[in-house]
Design a binder for this molecule. Structure first.
Ligand code: NAP
Ligand code: HSE
Length: 436
């Protein structure tokens, strides 16, 4: 039997413990597929005494996780700690510098430091793998980096955050409130250690920036992702969207072209007949449009211990199939770091779209006329408009509308005209409507 691939596992929370369970449960199958055993030799986390629902007695314990990659009983370090910097980044750097392969689920770290780490991994000819960082159990990095590698991809979009999708689809189905459903998503192990990363769209932005780099062959550019989350949505928006024939989903969308790199995370109205409208719970879905493959749709569990562990161990099997170090697996992204193109962020004003605009306004004569006048002056054409009676805020009523297709700059201009109006009790909410 070939030598085992020896693994150090840093982080024993939801995903780390899931990796142990999977490696134990599928040991024989993994060994046959990988051509050799995958053997966890040493583990590390913050608190050695914490009960984790898995038996840690077969493994050595290392207090200082940063030195895991320097140990002789380790070929690959699996980083399941989290955080863009701090111990996770220190561990990633020391591991690669020690000439060992790194597998991570840490999208925050790859979004911020992926290019540096990939450059170091190329120089050391070791593998850097991060399948679990994007869309949980869906093998979308492998699919785009390998399966669709022959295509020019101009557009990639989808549902990239399981927690938000769980919250939105549960609120839609049950009418339960936001905070209650978020607490449930946390208990199920879907949310980040700091759940504001989920609900403010930052986690989806991390993933989108990685997906863009792999799909387009561009440099990871997290800083230019325009991200907004789901915290401003009200149950009434979900109900209103429903009555108009839409569900609301947090969508990450990226395009690369002559205009530059467009990357945006925002809740969208998704028509009932669009495939993404039926993606519920913690499920993710990614659509990539290749110039020869056509539209590719990937869908599956986007968060949670089992699906994420599945992606992590698939990376380990890839490495195990090569010689120790995994350098033969090629560059971490779809091409070497030096070949990745640096595209400027695209301007968005001329983008054509339909939008849902929701105003909370004072319930007095003339307010609706003021809003529609601003829209008229900015050249925004209204397709439908609904005014609801008082709900929630004392004295405020909700006016929601859907616009005809037009440039995004026109909607921005209408909002500029209304800025500071005493008729509005809060800034308007604009959500784009997902097209074909
Ligand atoms: P988690 O449950 O919070 O687990 C984090 C683990 O890291 C814990 O075992 C913790 O130790 C350890 N840790 C944290 N800070 C540490 C420090 N300063 N020094 C040493 N150990 C430290 O997180 P998770 O949900 O498993 O997520 C882990 C990574 O996977 C993150 O990058 C996350 O974004 C990513 N991810 C998660 C999911 C998911 O569904 N949960 C899916 C895809 C990717 P203690 O247990 O001793 O406190
Ligand atoms: N917090 C993340 C989510 C975990 O909810 O999608 C999976 O990356």
């Amino acid at each position: 039997m070939a030598e085992p691939l020896k693994i150090a596992l840093a982080g024993l929370g939801t995903v780390g413990a899931g990796v142990i369970r999977l490696v134990e449960a599928n040991r024989a199958l993994i060994e046959r597929r990988a051509g050799r055993p995958i053997q966890i030799t040493v583990v590390s986390a913050r608190d050695r005494s914490k009960s984790r629902g898995v038996d840690l007695s077969p493994y050595a314990w290392e207090d200082d996780m940063v030195i895991l990659g320097e140990r002789d009983d380790v070929d690959v370090v699996v980083e399941m700690v989290g955080g863009s910097d701090g111990p996770a980044l220190a561990l990633a750097r020391t591991t690669i510098e020690a000439g060992k392969a790194l597998v991570t689920a840490n999208k925050a770290m790859i979004a911020h430091h992926g290019l540096e780490l990939a450059g170091k991994a190329e120089a050391k000819r070791v593998a850097l793998k991060f399948e679990a960082a994007v869309a949980g159990g869906i093998p979308v990095i492998k699919a785009l980096r390998e399966g669709a590698a022959a295509n020019a991809i101009e557009r990639v979009y989808g549902i990239l955050n399981g927690t938000c999708n769980y919250i939105l689809s549960t609120m839609e189905d049950t009418g339960r409130d936001f905070a209650d459903v978020l607490a449930e998503a946390q208990a199920l192990g879907y949310a980040e250690a700091d759940p504001t990363f989920d609900v403010e769209g930052i986690d989806a932005a991390h993933k989108l920036s990685i997906l863009s780099a792999v799909a387009f062959g561009t440099k990871v550019d997290f800083a230019s992702v325009a991200a907004s989350g789901i915290t401003r949505l009200r149950a009434a928006d979900i109900a209103q969207a429903h009555s108009l024939g839409y569900v609301i989903r947090l969508i990450g969308m990226a395009e690369a072209g002559a205009d530059g790199l467009f990357q945006r995370v925002q809740p969208h109205l998704v028509p009932f007949d669009h495939p993404l409208a039926h993606v519920d719970g913690a499920t993710n879905a990614v659509v990539a449009e290749g110039n020869f493959s056509g539209r590719l749709l990937f869908q599956g569990a986007g968060a949670g211990d089992g699906p994420t562990a599945s992606a992590v161990v698939a990376d380990l099997i890839d490495i195990a199939r090569t010689t120790v170090g995994g350098g033969e697996l090629g560059p971490a992204f779809s091409m070497p770091v030096a070949e990745l193109e640096a595209l400027a962020p695209a301007a968005t004003g001329h983008r054509q779209s339909r939008a849902y605009i929701r105003f909370m306004v004072a319930d007095r004569p003339g307010v609706l006329a003021e809003i529609t006048a601003a829209l008229r002056d900015a050249g925004v054409s209204i397709e439908s408009l609904i005014q609801k009676g008082r709900a929630g805020d004392a004295g405020a009523v909700m006016v929601a509308m859907v616009t005809h297709e037009g440039p995004e700059s026109a909607v921005s201009e209408a909002l500029r005209l209304l800025d500071g109006s005493p008729s509005l009790s809060e800034p308007p909410l604009v959500l784009h409507i997902l097209g074909e």
